[in-house]
Design a protein around this ligand. Sequence first.
Ligand code: HEM
Length: 452
Amino acid sequence: MREIPGPPPQADGGLSAVTAAGGLHTYQLRLHDEYGPVVRFQLPGARAAVSVADPVLLEATAKVNERPGKLFEFLAPLCEAGNLQTLPAAEHVPLRRALLSVLAGRRSHEAHFAAFTALTGELADRWADRAAAGPVELQHDLSELSLRMICQYALGRGIDDPARVVSAFETVLTGYLGRLYEHGLYAHGDDLSRAEQALAHLREVVDGVLAAGGSDLVDALVRADMSPARVRDTVLMIMLAAHHTTGVAVSWTLHLLARHPEAAARAVAELDDVLGERAAPEYADLKRLPYLEMALKESMRLYPPGPYGARETTEDLTLGDYRIPAGTTIFYPFWAVHLNPRYWPDPHAFRPGRFTAEEQAGRPRYAFIPFGLGPRSCEGAGLAMVEAELVLAVLLKRFRFEPVAGHPVVPVERFVLWAADDIRMRLTDRRTDRPPDGRRSRRPGDRGRDGG
Ligand code: HEM
């Protein structure tokens, strides 16, 4: 067995090295560049931390079913009965089964598709109305759309005032978690009392759904004998897990397509072909949009919305030439795995064609893991793909996207891999080939810089 390589220990427990690198995700990229696919490093709160960027070595970790509790403590104020992400395996297994019975089912995706389409159409109309005033901010608006969708999905018919739920959830996030990346952990004073009230409102709404029924998700949790407190926690964690992730996945895809005209032209040609004059796909159309799906996957490879995952080993593991002792925090550095040049030649290039069935068959199973792996992987993966493809289809069918010149798009970690100052785009209505204020922009057939 070889000793796991890594940087020399620092007196501050590794904090300054992470900060100097601009966050854990960029630190892990650097460590793997320098030390290879298995690296040990210091991290405050972890007794020993190891990051693994080789998809074949990851297989040996795929059964680990615990997460390091300490790294998730910041979410504790949102949970009454324990955070689902760090529940012990014995409690997590039945909860996961209940979640997957709904979230992973095609029937459930299809049942919510019309409502998702309506919400996306509303955003497209809002964009068309206001785009004359200037560029739109993709992440902001698309995260809000994902939040509306997940509220609709998780709470179903049981809510009278969805706008209030969406705004309460945003207040909770800002109050309890927003300052995590600024100064100190939690808000104080007014912010906190507003957040407490908003959290109480959300819990009441879930209780209303519990009492009256009307949501497949809540009904599945009740059938699995979850306590009311656990149902409330789970709905909140689902809302948290679902909204920025899906919103940034769509934003990064639009960003990359706008910078790759030939890929954008192909995605739009496919949409025109499948949809004809229709503004939105039906559920069954999604499988007829393979290029769009490949572009989404390639975007999640280059910008994985959740940049890393974590596990805690409960017994010794062997990873190739290395032994990982029990009690180690293992990191899944999704970004470094997705940029591993051994499996992704020219790793920074945007090439949706990497995701044809033939190309995928030549790669190890865990070379592409935007939703994680094993018994703690994302239960919402199937639903997220449906939502993201639908939103992309509607927006690319309706608008051309042109990046705002000179506006920097810099990825940073803020719960998700986020563009620091959003992603700004000017829109042109493809139906009229005019910007929404009526100015003529391009001649028909002229695909312009953004490829149409
Ligand atoms: C593009 C969108 C999304 C991405 C990229 C994403 C990614 C992830 C990742 C990387 C994890 C951690 C996996 C691991 O540790 O192995 C995770 C966990 C989770 N995600 Fe997602 N997610 C997305 C959307 C969603 C949606 C729509 C839902 C729910 C409707 C959801 C629910 C969850 C839950 C509940 C967990 C915790 C899993 C557990 O501990 O059992 N996610 N997600």
